[in-house]
Design a protein. Sequence first.
Length: 265
Amino acid sequence: MVSTQILIGGDGAETVLDEGGLRIVDSRTRVEIPFAVIQEAWTDGGHHVEIVLSDSAMHRVDAGNPTAATTFVAALTAALPAQRDPAGSARITVTQLALPEDAEKPATDPKYPRRIVILIALAAAYLGYVIWVAVGQGAKVIAPIVASVPIAFGLGMMLVGGQRTLLHFVLKRRGISVPATLDFKTTDGAAWYKFTDVDGAERTARSKHVGPVARATYDPENPADQLAVEISGMRHLFWAGIWILGSLPLLVGGIAFALTPFTID
């Protein structure tokens, strides 16, 4: 059985290893290479994989990180047949793809704009309550208690952003990517995806719904940890930054408000 894997290049190109052979897909073309015309593959321990065909033609693909490159080469070598087809490049199929702007854009789930409106309304109501209490009771009495709410939310958001940032760099350094399929969705809009790691173990991971077929990048040192998996469709580092930046006004405002009894006459 072929260990299905995906190499993700820095330019967004993907090299897919599955039962049918190799597929190298970028924004413009899809190149399909049968196993029978691959003579060998190797990596120098860096971020690339060299694929040599039976007619000596060579394809160099971006592997993303050394761990993914080494694992990919081992799986590809194990999948190669004993007999090679000398036709080499003649058996490669190249298909021109539509430009990205021609692809259909997914519709925005209506529940997300509703949640944003609800959060804004709750924040406005909370701010009004804080102002009313401060005016009626005095900041010295109520400020430390009220300030604990934004401080708690800010610390929580900072923690989430920090965890997402750490995961991004861990997966960037040693993550392995494999295909994932939608298992089921929950009532809160979350989706559970299942995938098989390179050792043949079935895993699951929770994410936002990005379609019936996705891509899972997991940490091979923690393959069973659902929190150490990134499902395609999420701009992980971008959202980590959003969480961290969003926590700053809450932390600064909360701390400043908590200190008001010591700063006012």
